[in-house]
Design a protein around this ligand. Structure first.
Ligand code: ATP
Length: 248
């Protein structure tokens, strides 16, 4: 469903993404693992198209020059130069790093904001689903987003992205800053969302545990390049991955 070929992204002369080829298969979970600054967020911005907005803004204010080379195809269509809003309409929805919920809006308002691409029937159905997959949110419907715990905010961020009716959900470091228990619970919910809805998921994380076991296929990113790839099993059995990403 998503095919990335020869992708390169430069911030001025600094190479952030170095010749990446990456596929996301329909109805599967794909993982991208890499340390700080490996290029995970840049990859997500490039797939969602937000990088094109940043590029335009930088050009208007005479800031840094951002260059994107290579190609991205989604469901067989070249989307490399497509506006982010158009990509969202086609089902590519980004749940950004650090959650970015609206802190002064209630849980329910945050979720409804996410439904801007949904019909009212879809919105109602998805809202019910969000409360099923993330039960704590149901009791926190009227609480301001800013007063939710980190884990609850992450549930809300994923819930809001689901409200936008994704075909491909991009989760950028969803476990960042959460407790080990919450990490395990969220990883399970992400796996369940994929299994129950068939939504394809691309997920980035710094640490392989506990996401690597729930992906179907994964890539290891180093300095902007994909240095290793394989099924979850293959990566888990790889000695380099074990030592670098599991501390074994
Ligand atoms: P983190 O885990 O810290 O979020 P990341 O894997 O998401 O890291 P990116 O944020 O994509 O990595 O950064 C990739 C590289 O691009 C880094 O070297 C970073 O310093 C650089 N970079 C990111 N954004 C910009 C920018 N706006 N201008 C210049 N360089 C940038």
């Amino acid at each position: 469903m998503l095919e990335i070929r020869g992708l390169m992204v430069f911030y001025e002369n600094a190479l952030a993404i170095n010749n990446i080829n990456l596929n996301c298969q329909g109805e599967k979970v794909t993982g991208v693992f890499g340390a700080n600054s490996a290029g995970k967020s840049t990859l997500m911005y490039t797939i969602s198209g937000i990088i094109l907005d940043v590029k335009k803004k930088e050009e208007m204010k005479g800031g840094e020059r951002i260059t994107v080379l290579g190609s991205i195809a989604f469901d067989g269509m070249d989307i490399t130069h497509m506006k982010p809003s158009e990509r969202a309409r086609r089902g590519i929805i980004l749940c950004p790093e650090r959650r970015r919920i609206f802190p002064e809006s209630s849980t329910l308002e945050n979720l409804k904001i996410g439904a801007y691409l949904a019909t009212s029937i879809q919105a109602k159905k998805t809202l019910d689903y969000v409360f099923t997959i993330f039960p704590p949110l149901k009791n926190l419907k009227n609480r301001e987003g800013g007063f939710l715990s980190g884990g609850e905010q992450q549930m809300l961020a994923i819930g809001r992205a689901l409200m936008a009716q994704p075909k491909l959900l991009l989760l950028d470091e969803p476990l960042l800053g959460l407790s080990p228990l919450m990490e395990v619970m969220l990883a399970r919910s992400i796996r369940d969302i994929n299994a129950q809805t068939g939504i394809s998921i691309l997920i980035t994380e710094q640490y392989a545990r506990p996401i690597l076991p729930i992906v179907h296929y994964g890539y290891i990113l180093e300095n902007g390049g994909a240095v290793l790839q394989g099924t979850s099993q293959e990566l888990m059995e790889n000695p380099d991955v074990k030592s670098a990403y599991f501390g074994l």
